[in-house]
Every structure is written in structure tokens, then in C-alpha cells.
Design a protein around this ligand. Structure first.
Ligand code: PGA
Ligand code: ZN
Length: 423
């Protein structure tokens, strides 16, 4: 095959898009990219509920169709504008075209659905054309690496009708030795947590957006206590074999003047919330806290980073997967870990730049799904290809969650023994 025809095979031939539904039943966008040589890739775009003020924008239709939540406008942009503009463009240049199309950091012009759908589908088509899995294309020759799972056990906040205030209490296996064992441990902890809650007369049949138990508990600390007990009941040593991670999702608690813990009828200022978190770390085996304060409070975050030294502090809304915000945090000595949600940026190359910046500045990388996710599992390949330290996709129930765990289990089974598990 001549050089020219290899190039031609790699060029975008057809781009399709359609409306789809995410796991909350909210409309989203599906997309496929077919290259001239016949290789194809597809993707469905997820969506969050606890979004930050710096996230890239979703463009929804408004009007009557789908009660205003439709993305027919984004579908039309992909079919009528992006597709024709990409025709004949080498697949590896798709992200660059999208970036120059909409250089704004919030993607106000293209919107997340159109940009991320096309970006992920084009990456998959490239991998298919190269005859490699997506994670291998993204790894760029570096050895494979599987992330530690953070598994949602008890859900609260915007994902569980405010059952407790904090959004997630997760279990993190620390010494599992393999990804498969890590998932089995987390599965055991979730089962034990459900059994303990049931014995206490709590309703456990209804699960939250990410598959966690949405329990009516008397306090946030009670959720931490329950998951700690569940670790023990699973035959594991809390703090040694498995530990707790918390996503406070503090943006959701902040009302403009204080943090409202509705489940406990309390209001706290930043110093009070940091005291509360320090108390949890002292009492329970908490090794990681996400979004302890809202995303505008750099000073509060700096104080939390000093007070909670030794605990991983993950920025989700704070960073919005934006490289410049990670650089700002490094200058201010804020946080230790960056949550990577690709649709906070909307184009994979931008999220990849944030991963690289995080690494360069000494931050851990945690790849995350969204609360409104789909059966598509491209995120698992991103986590392996980008060599993430941890991955957070929800619980061990609900197919949009297990799709990612199942893909990681498949990757581990097909790559061993040349695969390193992170902890
Ligand atoms: P979201 O939640 O997808 O609703 O933003 C996930 C998270 O906060 O980590
Ligand atoms: Zn979060």
C-alpha cells in the first residue's frame, strides 16, 4: 500500500449522530465516525448532575420535545457541520480541528455533546484502523497499568434525593493485588453494607443514580460508620485492606453563604466544614476526600490541604478537568489529586493535556464516569491508556456502571502478565 493510500484509509469518510438516552433517562448524543479504509468507531456521551461552574457547556434544545432536554441541535451540528468539515481529514487530526473550531474553554460554540461524541468516536476509529484496543492507542507505547477502583457504597446528595448530604461514601481496596480481587472486595463490602442496613430496618432495594445505597441515615458520619462496619463484615481490615473515600460535592451544599447539611439540620462555614472532615478522618479510615469545599474557595481549599495532610484531596468541580486550573492549584499548594471527567472539557485532547499537567505537577489522576452515564465503556480504556491512579464509576450494580468494571476485568484478563495494578 502506498503512503498516500495509507493516509487516505485513515481519513474521515462519514460522521453520523443520533439522539440516545443516558442512565437517568436524559437525552444524550450517540455518534459514529467511519474512516475511508472502513474502520469505524462510535461513542455515547454521559452527563453529570453535580456540575461545577467551570465545566464545558451542554447545549440542550429547550422547547417542547423531550421537555426541552433534547440534543437534536447537537445532532444536527455533527451531521450538517462537523461531518462535512472533517471529510478527508486524517483521524488523528480530528481533535485539532475541533479545538480550532471552538477555542473557548467552555465550548460555548460546539457544546459538550457534539465535541465529545466526535472526539471519542474518532479515537476509536483510529484504534480500529491500527488494529489495537483504544487503551493501547492512548498509552503511546508505555506499559499497561490498571487503576485502583473507588466503588460507591452509600450515595447521598443530588444522586440520592438528599438521603445524606455527602454525595458518595466509597470503598477503596488498598492491598488487593489485582483488579479482579479489588472489585471482588468492593462487591463484598457493598453486599455487607446492604445486609447491615437491612438488619437495621432501612430500605435497601432502591439504588441511587450511581448504584449506591440511598439510605435514610441520621447523619453523614453514620454512613461512614456503616461502610467501615461493612469492610469488617467482609472479612477485611479497615484502613489496611480497604479504606473509605468520600465525595463531599461541596458545591451542592453551598448556598452562597454557608454549607447546609440538611440531613443534620446544620449550617457550617468553611472552617467548620474542614473541622468536621478532620473529625471524620480521625475517627474513620478515610484516605481520600473529593471536593471538600466549593469550587470558588481557593483559600478554603489551601487551608483544607494543610489541615488534612496525609489524606488524598481530589478536585472535581475545583479543576473541571482544566489544565490551567491544575497549574493554579499547584501555585497555591491546593489539593493532591485531579478528577478527570472528559466531558468537563469535551475534547479528549484537552482532557489528556490536563492528565499530563497533573502528572508533571505531582498530582494523582482519578478518572471518573458521570452520574448520568451509559452502557458505553470507553472511559475504562481511557483510564488504562492514560495510566490513571484510580477510577471511579459508581457501584457494582447498574449496567452503565458494571460496563466499565467489566471492560477493565476484560483488559486485565487479556493483558496479564504485562499489566501492573496500581496499589
Ligand atoms: P456527576 O457526579 O457526574 O453528577 O457530576 C460525579 C462526581 O461528582 O464525582
Ligand atoms: Zn465529585
Amino acid at each position: 500500500m502506498s503512503e498516500t493510500s495509507i493516509g487516505a484509509d485513515d481519513a474521515v469518510a462519514t460522521v453520523r449522530a443520533w439522539e440516545a438516552l443516558d442512565s437517568r433517562g436524559t437525552p444524550t448524543l450517540g455518534c459514529s465516525v467511519v474512516l475511508a479504509g472502513g474502520a469505524a468507531g462510535r461513542a455515547i456521551v454521559p452527563s453529570g448532575a453535580s456540575t461545577g461552574s467551570h465545566d464545558a457547556r451542554e447545549r440542550r434544545d429547550g422547547g417542547q420535545s423531550w421537555d426541552g432536554l433534547g440534543v437534536a441541535g447537537a445532532v444536527r451540528v455533527v451531521i450538517e457541520e462537523i461531518g462535512p468539515a472533517l471529510a478527508g481529514v486524517p483521524a488523528r487530526e480530528v481533535d485539532a480541528v475541533l479545538e480550532s473550531w471552538d477555542p473557548s474553554t467552555d465550548l460555548a460554540e460546539l457544546g459538550v455533546h457534539a465535541a465529545l461524541g466526535v472526539s471519542v468516536a474518532a479515537h476509536r476509529a483510529r484504534a480500529r484502523a491500527a488494529g489495537v484496543p483504544l487503551y493501547e492507542l492512548l498509552a503511546g507505547g508505555l506499559p499497561h497499568r490498571l487503576p485502583t477502583p473507588m466503588v460507591n457504597v452509600v450515595s447521598g446528595g443530588a444522586h440520592a434525593g438528599g438521603a445524606v448530604d455527602i454525595q458518595d461514601v466509597l470503598v477503596m481496596p488498598l492491598r488487593a493485588g489485582s483488579f479482579r480481587t479489588a472489585i471482588e472486595w468492593a462487591w463484598r463490602v457493598r453486599r455487607q453494607a446492604a445486609a447491615l442496613a437491612e438488619r437495621r430496618g432501612l430500605v435497601t432495594t432502591l439504588v441511587a443514580d450511581e448504584g449506591g445505597l440511598g439510605l435514610q441515615l441520621p447523619s453523614n458520619a453514620a454512613a461512614l460508620g456503616l461502610v467501615t462496619e461493612a469492610i469488617e463484615a467482609a472479612g477485611l481490615e479497615p484502613g489496611h485492606d480497604a479504606a473509605l473515600a468520600v465525595d463531599v460535592a461541596a458545591n451542592q451544599l453551598w448556598d452562597g453563604s454557608s454549607y447546609r447539611l440538611a440531613a443534620e439540620s446544620r449550617r457550617l462555614d468553611a472552617a467548620g466544614l474542614i473541622d468536621e472532615l478532620a473529625g471524620w478522618v480521625a475517627k474513620y479510615p478515610v484516605v481520600s476526600i473529593e471536593d471538600p469545599l466549593h469550587d470558588q474557595d481557593w483559600d478554603g481549599w489551601a487551608e483544607a490541604t494543610r489541615r488534612l495532610r496525609g489524606t488524598q484531596l481530589v478536585g472535581d468541580d475545583l479543576f473541571s478537568t482544566a489544565a490551567d486550573r491544575v497549574a493554579e492549584a499547584a501555585r497555591r499548594g491546593v489539593g493532591t489529586s485531579v478528577l478527570i471527567k472528559p466531558n468537563q472539557r469535551g475534547i479528549l485532547s484537552r482532557a489528556a493535556e490536563t492528565v499530563a499537567t497533573a502528572r508533571r505537577l505531582g498530582y494523582q489522576v482519578v478518572v471518573s464516569a458521570r452520574s448520568g452515564d451509559t452502557e458505553d465503556h470507553w472511559l475504562a480504556d481511557l483510564a488504562v491508556g492514560w495510566r490513571a491512579d484510580q477510577i471511579k464509576v459508581g457501584s457494582t450494580t447498574r449496567s452503565e456502571r458494571t460496563a466499565k468494571w467489566n471492560r477493565l476485568l476484560e483488559i486485565e484478563a487479556s493483558c496479564a502478565p504485562d499489566l501492573r495494578f496500581v496499589t
